[in-house]
Design a protein around this ligand. Structure first.
Ligand SMILES: NC(=O)c1ccc[n+]([C@@H]2O[C@H](COP(=O)([O-])OP(=O)(O)OC[C@H]3O[C@@H](n4cnc5c(N)ncnc54)[C@H](OP(=O)(O)O)[C@@H]3O)[C@@H](O)[C@H]2O)c1
Length: 290
């Protein structure tokens, strides 16, 4: 018996919910219902998985699916669990779907109000509207009791991906790491694009550099690939850069702090292991900006 027999209902109509509904349907997993606060949005999203129905009243959610997959704002998860508990009060815990949230930053205990089976399935990827998702490459960080884990492993594998069992502490650290790896890195890409654009230059000239930097980082040891004037201690270049962005004090301050951090980490790395001198990988590397 497949652990996902009974299908999946998706709670939420935002970015992740939309990608989940379409991805599950395309993977042949039955989407039973889509719950949302707004009837039009719930119906519209349900319409993307023929056979699914849109609902706004939690009392109209079916107990038949294997999973209730909640993709609502983090700060709405606990409240939704309490509303679902009211709605399913007459259904014995063992006969309920597993309620699963998808937030990297929330503990399993966010679902404490729900007396049925519960779990977490955090897809470690950034999902935005209007961008296709390559589901097979998305790692699923999952948590829950064994019966729920079996369903979450089936969910990941139906989408072509893999589930990794992580507790809430590990997930919290990985979520923090994801802020650095994606949100902060993207902020830097955006500053770079703004600099180019302000000078009338096409920011896509930076594209191959962005791609190569991310591809190296994805191999797992980005510290080894650090390059640039701060690492080399090239004061003359850093002073020219400071002058070029003096009109933007926020950017200038960030540049100075990041440069300092790069130099300090490099210093610490040299102290701990002479062989791990990050400069060894510096300007000689092809494609690295000098
Ligand atoms: N997007 C990502 O990259 C990503 C990646 C991994 C995990 N996640 C997780 O996925 C979940 C949803 O994120 P998202 O990016 O899809 O957010 P989103 O696009 O902003 O959508 C948020 C959804 O939450 C609903 N919502 C907001 N306040 C609510 C409330 N008080 N009660 C019930 N529902 C409420 C919204 O409903 P309305 O449409 O009615 O406002 C909307 O359906 C979060 O837990 C997030 O941590 C997101």
């Amino acid at each position: 018996v497949n652990a996902l027999d009974g299908g999946v209902s998706v709670l939420g109509t935002g970015r992740l919910a939309g990608h989940l509904v379409r991805g599950l349907h395309a993977a042949g997993v039955r989407v039973v219902q889509v719950w949302g606060r707004d009837a039009d949005r719930a119906d519209a999203l349900a319409g993307e998985a023929p056979g699914a129905g849109g609902v706004t009243d939690p009392g109209r959610l079916s107990a038949a699916p294997a999973l209730l997959l909640a993709a609502v704002r983090d700060d709405a998860v606990a409240d939704l669990a309490a509303r679902l508990e009211d709605a399913f009060a007459g259904t014995p815990a063992a006969e309920r779907p597993a309620l699963v949230h998808t937030a990297g930053a929330l503990p399993l205990a966010a679902l404490a109000a729900w007396r049925g089976p519960a779990g977490v399935a955090w897809p470690l990827q950034s999902f935005s509207a209007g961008r296709a998702v390559h589901w097979p490459s998305v790692p699923w960080c999952v948590e829950g009791p064994p019966a729920v884990l079996a369903r979450l492993e089936a969910l990941a594998s139906a989408l072509g991906g893999r589930a990794h069992v992580l507790d809430g502490g590990d997930r919290a650290v990985l979520h923090l790491a994801a802020v650095w790896a994606s949100n902060f890195a993207n902020f830097c890409f955006a500053e770079a694009a703004d600099l180019a654009r302000a000078r009338g230059l096409d920011p896509r000239l930076l594209g191959p550099l962005v791609t190569e930097t991310a591809a190296r980082a994805a191999e797992g040891d980005p510290r080894r690939h650090q390059t640039g004037p701060a690492l080399r201690g090239d004061r003359a270049t850093m002073e020219r850069h400071a002058a070029e962005q003096a009109a933007d004090p926020l950017r200038a301050a960030l540049y100075a702090r990041l440069s300092e951090a790069i130099a300090r980490r490099a210093e610490a790395g040299r102290g701990s292991s002479p062989e791990a001198d990050p400069r060894a990988d510096g300007p000689a590397e092809p494609g690295a900006p000098g």
